[in-house]
Design a protein around this ligand. Structure first.
Ligand SMILES: [Zn+2]
Length: 118
């Protein structure tokens, strides 16, 4: 029996937020393209990530600014995945991307550096 697109979507919808995020990142991991040069310079061409966008509305008007944070995976992967929600956040110390996760110690999805969130 072939797995349909609906089966995949229904399965992802059945997961908790962190579990769904981890599954999607694993599926997109091979799409990251990096170019390295012999002189030590480097260029990262594409870094796929999941963004959590938070926005609100006032009197029916959507706020002009949204908060956009990139999901960051756990550094050591030993913390159990929570059922729901991400309660750790902060700015990447190196590339300044806004990060969100369920774990305090994470790897930035853009620059791959370890960061501590609060
Ligand atoms: Zn970074």
């Amino acid at each position: 029996m072939a797995i349909t697109k609906k089966d995949v979507i229904d399965f992802i919808k059945s997961l908790g937020e962190a579990e769904a995020a981890e599954l999607c990142l694993e599926a997109f991991k091979h799409k990251r393209i990096e170019s390295h040069y012999e002189n030590g310079d480097f260029q990262i061409d594409d870094a796929y990530s999941l963004a959590i966008c938070t926005f609100g509305s006032n009197s029916g008007e959507v706020d002009e600014e949204a908060i956009i944070q990139l999901y960051a995976q756990s550094y050591d992967n030993t913390s159990p995945l929570p059922e729901d929600g991400f309660d750790q956040m902060g700015e990447c110390e190196f590339c300044k991307a806004e990060l969100i996760s369920y774990d305090k110690w994470v790897v930035c999805p853009i620059c791959k550096k370890q960061n501590g969130l609060t």
